[in-house]
Design a protein around this ligand. Structure first.
Ligand SMILES: [Zn+2]
Length: 303
């Protein structure tokens, strides 16, 4: 018996140029004025003292992703080196920024998530363990949580989410809020629901099951091909990259991925060695303090 669902997803992959992975979480694309909410617990690695985030970076060439050795293995990447060298030849901020956006790898942070089996979640993800290659803005929220103290801060009316957010007993449910900003998904309003620990919402047996279904994140990134990156970096049209026309014609060797690059949300790089270039990458503002609508959410969460 043929598995029609499998065939359909393979067919789709052939057309999109990118393999579809049913275990990969992709937040819904929202239209202007819309908002979609997801509620999830971030799963720990086997060593709970480890931060359960897998940093990765890719170059998008010809609608395929190639691991960037600079981000992945902390070694020189021929294409990133080419990008940095080219940027040095230009004084104009716009051209330098164009080069960074087109040729530098995009840094992402992969995590395992357990989507709460709750009516608050869209039906297609409820109760699933998935992996999610999260973005810079989300990473900032995670970092702020780790750096905060879990205790209620003096004078605060609401508890503060702080510490190891992936811990079953003391960690928190993460509310991913997807809004639209400049035509792209924006996640800056996401937050941990500070009044609910994971153990308040997820039954221990469901948690244990989720832990067993964890996805091996490193296996999701196996496209490293230094020889290709060397070849490509030699042939790359740096003038087109600087002019912002790179990847726009058929003569060109590269085109952006199917999904929007979401450039308003994510700078291409944040490693110290490229600090000099960060200013031109339109860093997103830090997540803003916002009015707390967690009362409603919590009512839904406990259903
Ligand atoms: Zn690179």
């Amino acid at each position: 018996m043929v598995d029609l669902n499998k065939i359909r997803s393979k067919m789709k992959a052939l057309n999109s140029g990118r393999q579809l992975d049913p275990t990969e979480f992709k937040p819904a694309n929202v239209a202007s004025g819309e908002e979609v909410n997801y509620y999830m617990a971030i799963l720990p690695f086997d060593d709970e003292d480890d931060v359960p985030i897998y940093r990765n970076g890719q170059h998008w060439i010809n609608r395929k992703s190639y691991e960037c050795p600079r981000i992945h293995n902390d070694i020189d990447c021929p294409l990133c080196t080419k990008a940095f060298d080219t940027m040095k030849q230009y004084k104009e901020k716009e051209k330098r920024s164009n080069i960074a956006k087109t040729l530098l790898s995009k840094e992402m942070w992969a995590i395992n998530v357990y989507m709460l089996d709750s009516k608050s979640n869209p039906e297609n993800v409820r109760g699933k363990v998935m992996w999610w290659n999260s973005k810079y803005s989300v990473q900032q929220i995670f970092q702020a949580c780790v750096e905060s103290n879990p205790a209620t801060e003096d004078g605060a009316f609401e508890p503060v989410a702080g510490g190891a957010f992936w811990d079953y007993k003391s960690g928190y449910i993460f509310n991913l809020k997807v809004k639209s900003k400049n035509g792209y998904n924006n996640y800056e309003a996401s937050k941990f629901v500070a009044t609910k620990h994971i153990c308040d919402v997820v039954k221990k047996e469901d948690w244990d099951k989720a832990m067993e279904s964890k996805i091996n994140l490193s296996e999701k990134f196996e496209d490293e091909n230094i020889d290709f990156l060397i070849d490509f970096s030699r042939s790359v049209d740096t003038l087109a990259a600087a002019d912002g026309t790179f990847g726009q014609s058929d003569d060109n060797n590269s085109s952006p991925p199917e999904s929007p690059p979401e450039s308003s949300d994510t700078p291409n790089t944040v490693t110290p060695e490229v600090q000099e270039f960060n200013d031109m990458l339109d860093r997103p503002s830090k997540p803003k303090e916002e009015s707390d609508d967690s009362e409603d959410l919590l009512a839904q969460l406990s259903q």
